[in-house]
Each structure stands twice: as structure tokens, then as C-alpha cells.
Design a protein around this ligand. Structure first.
Ligand code: A8S
Length: 214
């Protein structure tokens, strides 16, 4: 990372739980204090984890350290058409529009046992330079309306490996509390990131074992 890159922190901003209809409600003036501040990252990355949270929405983030280079992790995460490469609950996925660029739509079918069958998802951000990927849920048969997530990778402050931050915002489903919703989604995201860690570490070990070119 260039030494002149401005550093800030992963800040999860929320708007006060005041019902809002005006665009002004999203202004910085209404932001509450950040809810977490775990790692120093460039401003270009941290701004993606700031959310304007409406009264019936919740947001949270999961952070996972992975002992593998960002390039290895990114090669898995950036393939929007292949979430089953690391996501735990995905049974199948097919791209229904596009070819992996922003705007691509995928239809994901999840395994049984969940309160969901399928989800239609749109790629919102794919930034290969800063390692930022984001998608939103635009349809399907499930309870997570208006789900949107952002995943970013950055060098670990310990000097070894990579930190993955995945934050999200979602509507609280009718009949559920904010806390229940966060626990449900945090669990899915944490499982996915743990699986990502395992796969990336395996690939990284294999790469390190390859004989080096003279
Ligand atoms: C992701 C994150 C989430 C996926 C959720 C939260 C989902 O695919 C599953 C169960 C649901 O109830 C909703 O990065 C939905 O994929 C596993 C079908 C959207």
C-alpha cells in the first residue's frame, strides 16, 4: 500500500432510527457514532462500509483474517457466477444476465433447511484495483428483502495475510427483531468467510509448494 494512502477505520455508520422520507436523512449530520472500529484501512475501502440505515433495517459486518495473499482470495471472491466455490449454503447458481461485469444477474438456489429457496442477485461493484465487490438481492423466494453486501480485502495490520471485511444492510423481516435478523445473517456470512479462509489457505499452500522457476 502506498505510504501516502490516507488511513481511516472500518466504520459502520447508521442513521438514527428516525423514519426518513427525505434524502437529507442520509446526510452525515444524522450519522450515529460508528458501531465498530477494528482495523485501519484506506478511505477508498472504508467508505463502502458506511450505510444509511432506515427504521426497519439493520446492518452489521463480519471480519475474518485469512493467512493467504489478497490475490488468492480475490481470485475466488471476484467470480460472481461461482458463489458455490466457497459459499456454504449455495446448492447451485446460474448467471441469467451479463458476463461477470457490473449489472450481471445470478440466480442462486440454496440448500434445504433454510427459510429460503432461491435468490436473484445483481453485481453492484467489482473493483479489481481496491479489492471491493458488492451485490444486492433483487428478487427470489426468501425473507431477506433489500439485502446488499460489500466485501473488501486489505493487508492485515499484523503484516501477514489478509483481512476480509463483509458488511451488509437488510430489511428486518416482518415478525422478526433486529437482533434475530443480525444473528441469522451474521451466521451465514461468518460461515462463508470461514469456508473462504479454508479454501484460500489450501490454494496458497499448494502454490508455495510448487517448485520455483530458476
Ligand atoms: C451471501 C449472504 C447471504 C445469503 C443469504 C446472507 C441467502 O442466500 C441464504 C439464506 C436466506 O435465507 C436468504 O453472501 C438468501 O450469500 C443462504 C437466499 C438470500
Amino acid at each position: 500500500m502506498p505510504s501516502n494512502t490516507p488511513q481511516s477505520s472500518i466504520l459502520l455508520h447508521r442513521v438514527n432510527d428516525t423514519p426518513s422520507t427525505s434524502p437529507a436523512a442520509t446526510s452525515a449530520a444524522l450519522y450515529q457514532k460508528p458501531t465498530s472500529c477494528p482495523a485501519a484501512v484506506p478511505e477508498a475501502v472504508s467508505r463502502h462500509h458506511s450505510y444509511s440505515v432506515g427504521p426497519n433495517q439493520c446492518c452489521s459486518a463480519v471480519i475474518q483474517h485469512i493467512e493467504a495473499p489478497a490475490s488468492t482470495i480475490w481470485s475466488i471472491v471476484r467470480r460472481f457466477g461461482s458463489p458455490q466455490a466457497y459459499k456454504h449454503f449455495v446448492k447451485s447458481c446460474r448467471v441469467v444476465l451479463g458476463d461477470g461485469e457490473v449489472g450481471t444477474l445470478r440466480e442462486v438456489h440454496v440448500i434445504s433447511g433454510l427459510p429460503a429457496v432461491s435468490s436473484i442477485e445483481r453485481l453492484e461493484i467489482l473493483d479489481d484495483e481496491h479489492h471491493v465487490i458488492s451485490f444486492s438481492v433483487v428478487g427470489g423466494d426468501h425473507r431477506l428483502a433489500n439485502y446488499r453486501s460489500v466485501t473488501t480485502l486489505h493487508p492485515s495490520p499484523t503484516g501477514s495475510g489478509t483481512v476480509v471485511v463483509e458488511s451488509y444492510i437488510v430489511d428486518i423481516p416482518p415478525g422478526n427483531t433486529r437482533e434475530e435478523t443480525c444473528i441469522f445473517v451474521d451466521t451465514i456470512v461468518r460461515c462463508n468467510l470461514q469456508s473462504l479462509a479454508q479454501i484460500a489457505c489450501t490454494i496458497s499452500h499448494q502454490n508455495n509448494k510448487q517448485p520455483k522457476n530458476p
